[in-house]
Design a protein around this ligand. Structure first.
Ligand code: GLC
Length: 472
């Protein structure tokens, strides 16, 4: 089985969020299971591990009525072949997205993914596209390539990692930039806009998302950012498969970024990690619980209610460490919060892999008060490190965290409503449990016993791929 995994970011080369982790670890797990899975992504200016790249060839790619250069490079990491598409005008910039011409950049990328198939010795059975940046791949495949022998059997899967970002532009982008003529524009038009994600919903053979609960939630207007009616129509081809994490990277027993190691039966190393973190941040540890947050600072992640709720545990009930980067608004809010509680709060707004690993290891409790959460990877990492999530019961959080007040198998604490007082109450329940060492020990053991490796999810993907290939 041959799978081309098209994504705008993938570890270890480029990362802004969880999509990169998935694109870096699912193909690796598929390859282990004997699937020929390869990744294709843009060659960004600040791509990591550039010295691994090998030049293959170049060709031109249509972008509307123009032609643009596309260089092809490749690399092999962990048994997975990665293809990189190079165009310095589009991708040699600082950062991955957020530019005025993102629509054009990813229309180019999506078209280039298909053109690349003329130049490599690999015809996939399935192209698995991810999020709006690759949403035009199935649209272009149907419009411009389907009639060619090489392409007529290729199936497509579109995976939603976050429906909040759809690739929405004015309709004027369609003809001039995307090269989609008037007759076909209905495929990508929605609500008077060009909407790349809508185009994928129309044309992909299957739509998947990253947890079963999120697959249900996005049928509801509260979660769908306007696309629920359309998704209800396409529900016959929609399903949710939970993400996994890569335990080669996230394993406190042999994590090279930690000062000490530990596992479920010997946890002294966790204390050493705490000591190192406390020293590093200039805290004179008086034994208070350490509450951590690791994530993008966006509305989605619940930063607003989090800061308000934490306020209620100040000045001296907890230590709080917040790691993540976001826009100016949230960076400033965080700086103010730290300034007014300098004895108990530390914030790190430049993302650092090293500090994130140490925080997961040293922490007692991880906060994930997300407004919505398609899957969420932090809670899974926290389990592995024996750090207990306090999370909102939404999306993948609802599918992975078991409330310790309702089950002996509990692995965390859940709350339902997106409100400061519910988050405060859940955190209070966690802190109370923490005061009973035996009970806390049991929760930590339950969490560390969980297995969210890609093993089972990769098998679900492989089964889905098989179904899609054989269906007609
Ligand atoms: C997005 C979602 C997150 C998910 C990740 C990987 O970042 O917000 O919930 O875990 O994609 O699928």
């Amino acid at each position: 089985m041959k799978i081309l995994y098209a994504a705008s970011e993938a570890t270890p080369f480029a990362k802004s969020g969880g999509l990169a982790d998935v694109a870096g670890s699912l193909p690796k797990a598929l390859v282990k299971d004997g699937v020929d899975a390869r990744v294709i992504m843009p060659l960004y200016g600040d791509l990591k591990m550039r010295d691994k790249l090998e030049y293959v060839t170049n060709y031109s790619v249509p972008v509307g009525w123009r032609s643009q250069y596309c260089g092809l490079f490749k690399a092999e990491v962990n048994g997975v072949t990665y293809y990189f598409l190079d165009n310095e005008y589009y991708f040699k910039r600082r950062g991955l997205y957020g530019f005025y011409d993102d629509g054009e950049r990813f229309a180019f990328f999506s078209r280039a993914v298909l053109e690349t198939l003329f130049y490599i010795d690999f015809t996939p059975d399935i192209i698995n596209c991810n999020d709006w940046q690759t949403a035009l791949v199935p649209v272009y495949l149907n419009l411009y390539y389907r009639h060619l022998d090489k392409f007529n059997r290729i199936k497509t899967i579109f995976t939603i990692h976050n429906i909040a970002y759809q690739g929405k532009y004015g309709t004027d982008i369609l003809e001039d930039t995307c090269g989609i003529g008037r007759r076909d524009q209905h495929i990508v038009e929605y609500d008077g806009c060009a909407n790349f994600m809508k185009g994928a919903f129309e044309t992909a053979d299957k739509i998947t998302t990253v947890s079963p609960t999120y697959a249900q939630e996005i049928l509801d207007p509260w979660f769908s950012y306007g696309l629920d009616a359309l998704l209800r129509e396409k529900q016959y081809k929609l399903c949710g498969i939970l993400n996994g994490i890569d335990y080669d990277v996230w394993n406190p027993h042999r994590d090279p970024l930690l000062p000490a190691h530990y596992d479920i039966s010997r946890r002294e190393g966790k204390k050493t990690c705490r000591r190192a973190l406390m020293e590093g941040f200039g805290w004179d540890d008086d034994g208070r619980p350490l509450i951590i947050f690791v994530g993008r600072l966006t509305e989605q992640k619940g930063v607003d209610i989090m800061l308000e709720a934490l306020e209620r545990f100040m000045p001296d009930k907890i230590y709080a460490l917040i790691i993540g980067s976001g826009n100016e608004f949230y960076n400033r809010k965080l700086a103010d919060f730290e300034a007014s509680h300098s004895a108990s709060v530390r914030t790190v707004t430049a993302f650092s892999e090293e500090r994130a690993h140490l925080a997961y290891a040293a922490g007692d409790i991880l906060l994930m008060p997300s407004l919505f959460e398609p899957c969420g990877l932090s809670q899974l990492i926290a389990f592995a490190y024996g750090t207990i999530p306090v999370a909102r019961a939404t999306g993948g959080l609802a599918d992975t965290v078991i409330d310790a007040d309702s089950s002996p198998d509990g692995t965390g604490f859940l709350f339902a409503d997106y409100s400061i007082s519910e988050l405060e109450a859940a955190l209070n329940r966690a802190l109370m449990a923490k005061e009973e060492p035996e009970r806390w020990n049991r929760i930590v053991r339950n969490a560390m016993k969980e297995d969210f490796s890609w093993n089972s999810s990769a098998k679900e993907y492989a089964a889905l791929y098989r179904d899609v290939i054989t269906a007609d």
